[in-house]
Design a protein around this ligand. Structure first.
Ligand code: NAD
Length: 314
């Protein structure tokens, strides 16, 4: 049976690191990376790559057919901050692409699907601390609405059409390899670049805005672990809560100052503050830990060490 993998949106923040990891595990001949543009030279040049518009069902089907794809990782989406600027485009992209992939799986062309959800499925009425898997979910951003609706559809396709779709509610992800793509947690990457480049950072969130975050390696390992788990262990077919660390801008800045004593942070909250205020501060991921042994490795201090050591300023 074919074990070929297609990554859609492979040039993005998560897709690029996922692609590298999947290529190293399954071999470059078995992993096809795709994106709407050539915006990551490492992804484009270090294995099979094709331009693919995930909005175009016919093209996605053609690619799946031609390459005998077994598993799809659907990483193309419009993120929270950009989504608020283009609500209808965010809705169209985030929903159409999911339906295309779910329908290909329903029709038997694909055997397994990974689709990422987000902590943005929660909203201002959700209890903020140690937010449970099942709780009040009234998202107030278009991005959060697409993720919540997407989760419902994933569960529906599993229940009604036996589609093996698996999903994680990622928190804000931090990595030095690829810059983030327009989310509300982007500050937690930008801050390291600015600390090294200019020694200062103006944060678009207030100093005490606590949000759940995760180092990219943990997110990638969690994703692979979920996808490798036997189907009977996957008890949640909407999307699993996934936690690692949580911190405020003031706390992340303090870890930077330990390494760069002259670093200065200032605060100038913009429209993203309201988005952040609607999200949980910390996540209860006990069901993921119980069902398929999820366990993150990186603490905030370790994240800061890795980021400051590895970011290269031109
Ligand atoms: P990103 O914006 O960095 O990357 C998305 C990629 O999709 C880009 O390379 C873009 O070119 C591509 N793309 C856009 N439209 C496309 C189309 N029509 N066809 C094909 N490709 C297209 O996003 P990311 O941060 O890598 O996020 C990936 C997924 O994970 C998204 O679903 C996002 O909602 C989710 N997520 C991300 C985070 C995070 O902190 N990065 C947190 C929670 C959830």
């Amino acid at each position: 049976m074919s074990s070929k993998i297609l990554i859609i949106g492979a040039c993005g923040q998560i897709g690029s690191e996922l692609t590298a990891r999947l290529r190293s595990i399954y071999g470059i001949e078995n992993v096809i990376a795709s994106d709407i543009s050539y915006n990551n030279s490492e992804v484009v040049n270090s294995g099979l790559f094709q331009i693919l518009d995930a909005n175009n069902y016919t093209e996605v089907k053609k690619c799946v057919d031609r390459n005998k794809i077994h598993t799809v990782y659907l990483m193309a989406a419009m993120l929270s901050a950009v989504g608020e600027k283009y609500p209808m485009k965010a809705w169209d992209l985030n929903m159409n692409t999911l339906f295309h992939v779910l329908n290909l799986a329903k029709e038997g062309f694909i055997k397994k699907v990974f689709w990422p959800s987000s902590i943005a499925v929660f909203g201002p009425t959700t209890p903020k601390e140690n937010t449970a898997q099942r709780t009040i979910m009234e998202p107030s951003t278009v991005y959060g609405i697409t993720k919540q609706v997407g989760e419902r559809w994933c569960e529906y396709y599993f229940n009604n059409y036996n589609v093996d779709v698996r999903s994680l509610r990622y928190p804000g992800l931090i990595s030095y390899k690829t810059k983030p793509g327009g989310g509300t947690t982007d500050y937690a990457v930008e801050i390291y670049y600015e600390a090294l480049k200019t020694g200062q950072y103006e944060c678009f969130l207030s100093k005490d805005t606590r949000l759940p975050m995760m180092y990219m390696d943990d997110a990638i390992e969690g994703t692979l672990q979920l996808m490798d788990a036997p189907a009977e262990k996957i008890k949640i077919r909407s999307s699993y809560n996934l936690g690692a660390v949580d911190f405020t801008p003031e706390e992340i800045a303090a870890t930077i100052t330990e390494n760069l004593p002259d670093f200065k942070i200032s605060y100038n909250p913009d429209f993203r503050q309201a988005i952040a205020d609607s999200w949980p501060q910390s996540i209860d991921d006990s069901i993921a830990r119980q069902d398929w042994d999820w366990k993150p490795k990186f603490t905030l201090k370790q994240i800061t060490d890795v980021m400051l050591t590895n970011i290269k300023i031109d």
